[in-house]
Structure formats: structure tokens, C-alpha cells
Design a binder for this molecule. Structure first.
Ligand code: SD4
Length: 331
């Protein structure tokens, strides 16, 4: 298929969004986080894209006991990778247009080390394989068959990741074969997670099966350093969800961390990250991108193009869903 036709088919014209551009910021379901108001350091803390409350709970349990942020990230991300009902992460993820489930994941630690796997099949926990890449090899990214082979050598089991229900949905999709990624399905999307432990050290992870029914071999932003995730232990971290192509083109997570380094709050940095995409892309009505950022004080921010995104946060022993502000508000 020619690129132009592919992009045409990729548009979300079916969404019928009535849109009014506006800038609004983060609102919480519960009380506003104290750190944001007082500037005091409130760690440990973990934040994750969407309503991944089971994941942030698992991560919090590690942090609360004094565990390291990298272990909290692994514990949290693995919860979603194992959840068969979640069709956008790990086991049970939606396949590509040829019916193959291909996974992308990455991890970054407090030393600024990074490991990733892209387009990996048949291994249920790519986040753990990404950690092995980071810790056990001189490389940072393994792709496709090489990633799978490495995982098996490291003791991971090969398994079929295509569930019956994902297979049925794919077969239904094949009837029309239209690529229309509807990203904003609450509760079910890519997990990007940032955690600061009791020592004040930050780590992050991001894991996904990518866009449903993508072309074979397509890799999104999630496992690419600086796009789906970036961590700098002197500043903080950021992670992304949504249309990976747009995040990749603007190196979104790196941008947000650099803006925080220059003095922006996590909220301001996320808003600027979204603005960079929206203002350079007239097609922004047709796709979603959401960012989450965390600075070293434990202050967070989140922002997205279209309403419907939010983050799960665990801090001071309390779990909260934070509804993200959006550039475009439904009329
Ligand atoms: C990708 N960013 O593969 C991922 C998909 C995603 O919410 O985050 N969806 O482009």
C-alpha cells in the first residue's frame, strides 16, 4: 500500500469528534497533591498512564517496603503484561494485520541505563526482557527474532500470546481491513510508568503491543528512548501513550524532561509536549497522545490532545486517579 493511502486509512474520521481548542490543566478526583502546592519532596511515588490501578498498587508495594524504583517498575508493568483482558499490553495484546502479536517495551534506571525490545513475539513479559537487555548485554535494543532468541536464552518461555477473543476481533477486523486506531479506550492502553523510591531515585518503564492491526514490522514510540520514555535522575522522567508516530517525530519524553530541567513544572512541560505535536500537525483532531511527567520532588503532571486520558498515582499511601487536562475539549 502506498504511504499516502495508508495514512488516509489510518485517520480517525469515524470518531466524529466535535472539537474546541482549549488549554486546561490536571484535575484530580480527590485532593490536589500537596507536593505540587508546597514544593516539598513527597516520595516514594509511582505514576502510570491510564487507570492501571493494579499496576501502580503492585509498584507501590515494592516502594513502600523500601524497594528500588527499578523493581517497582518491573512489578507494576508485569501486572498489565499478564492481564489477558488488556488487549494493548503483553499477553492477550491485539495482533498486527497479519495476526501476529508483536510487543515493544523499554526500561530506564537511575544511572541513565536503558534496555529495550521491539517487535518481539511469543514472550509474555517484554519489560523483564528489556531489563535483561539493559543488565546482561553490551547493547540497548533487541528486535524481532533476535529479541525472542535472547529471551529464551535468558530463561523466558515461548508462549502463544494471541487469545481466542483477540483472534476473533482480528478476524472481524479483516472483513474491512481498515486501520483506524481508536486509542482513547479508557482502562485499556499502553502502560508507561515512572517511580521514585525512598532513596529519591527514579526509574521508568513502558510496555505495549502497539497499535492494533499495525503493518507487520511497525514499531511505535513506546520502546524508543526519548520518545515513549525518558529518565534523568537529576531531573525526573516522562512517558507517553497514544499515536506513537507523533511522539517519535517530536521525541516527546526527552523534550518534556529537558523542559523540566530548564525550570518548567511537570504539568507545564507536558502541555508544551502536546502543543509541539498539535501545532505542527493539522491532523491532530484524529489521534490521541497523552504524556505523564514526574520531577524529583514527586510533583507530577499529565496532559493529552483529547479528553479521556488520565493517570493512576500512588503517593503517601493513597491511590488516586488524576484526570488529564486536554488541548481539545469535547464541545
Ligand atoms: C504505539 N504508543 O505503539 C503506542 C500505542 C499506545 O495508546 O500507546 N496506545 O504507538
Amino acid at each position: 500500500m502506498k504511504r499516502r493511502n495508508f495514512l488516509k486509512n489510518a485517520s480517525l474520521t469515524g470518531l466524529g469528534l466535535a472539537v474546541v481548542p482549549s488549554i486546561i490543566s490536571c484535575e484530580t478526583d480527590k485532593k490536589e497533591q500537596k507536593a505540587t502546592a508546597t514544593g516539598k519532596i513527597v516520595v516514594p511515588v509511582v505514576v502510570a498512564t491510564w487507570r492501571f490501578h493494579n499496576a501502580t498498587k503492585a509498584a507501590w508495594e515494592v516502594l513502600e517496603k523500601g524497594g528500588e524504583s527499578i523493581d517497582a517498575i518491573i512489578a507494576g508493568c508485569r501486572v498489565e503484561e499478564a492481564d489477558l483482558k488488556n488487549t494493548t499490553v503483553g499477553n492477550g495484546g491485539s495482533p498486527d494485520r497479519d495476526g501476529n502479536v508483536t510487543l515493544d517495551a523499554c526500561i530506564m534506571n537511575k544511572e541513565g541505563n536503558y534496555g529495550a525490545v521491539v517487535c518481539m513475539e511469543n514472550i509474555a513479559h517484554p519489560i523483564s526482557v528489556a531489563r535483561k537487555v539493559m543488565e546482561e548485554t553490551p547493547h540497548v535494543i533487541f528486535a524481532g527474532k533476535g529479541a525472542e532468541q535472547f529471551a529464551v536464552e535468558q530463561g523466558f518461555k515461548r508462549e502463544n500470546l494471541l487469545t481466542e477473543s483477540s483472534k476473533r476481533a482480528w478476524e472481524k477486523w479483516k472483513v474491512k481491513s481498515e486501520y483506524k486506531p481508536i486509542i482513547n479506550i479508557e482502562n485499556h492502553d499502553t502502560i508507561g510508568m515512572l517511580a521514585i523510591d525512598k532513596n529519591g531515585d527514579i526509574s521508568g518503564g513502558c510496555t505495549t503491543s502497539g497499535m492494533a492491526y499495525k503493518m507487520a514490522g511497525r514499531v511505535g514510540d513506546s520502546a524508543v528512548i526519548g520518545s515513549g520514555l525518558f529518565i534523568d535522575n537529576t531531573v525526573g522522567g516522562a512517558t507517553a501513550t497514544g499515536m506513537g508516530e507523533e511522539v517519535l517525530k517530536t521525541v516527546g519524553s526527552f523534550l518534556i524532561v529537558e523542559l523540566m530541567r530548564q525550570g518548567r513544572t511537570p504539568q507545564e512541560a507536558c502541555e508544551e509536549g502536546v502543543r509541539r505535536i498539535v501545532e505542527s500537525n493539522p491532523n491532530h483532531n484524529n489521534f490521541q497522545v497523552g504524556y505523564v511527567a514526574l520531577n524529583k520532588k514527586g510533583e507530577y503532571g499529565c496532559y493529552c490532545i483529547h479528553g479521556g486520558f488520565g493517570i493512576s498515582k500512588y503517593q503517601e499511601g493513597e491511590q488516586t486517579y488524576v484526570k488529564s487536562g486536554s488541548y481539545i475539549k469535547k464541545a
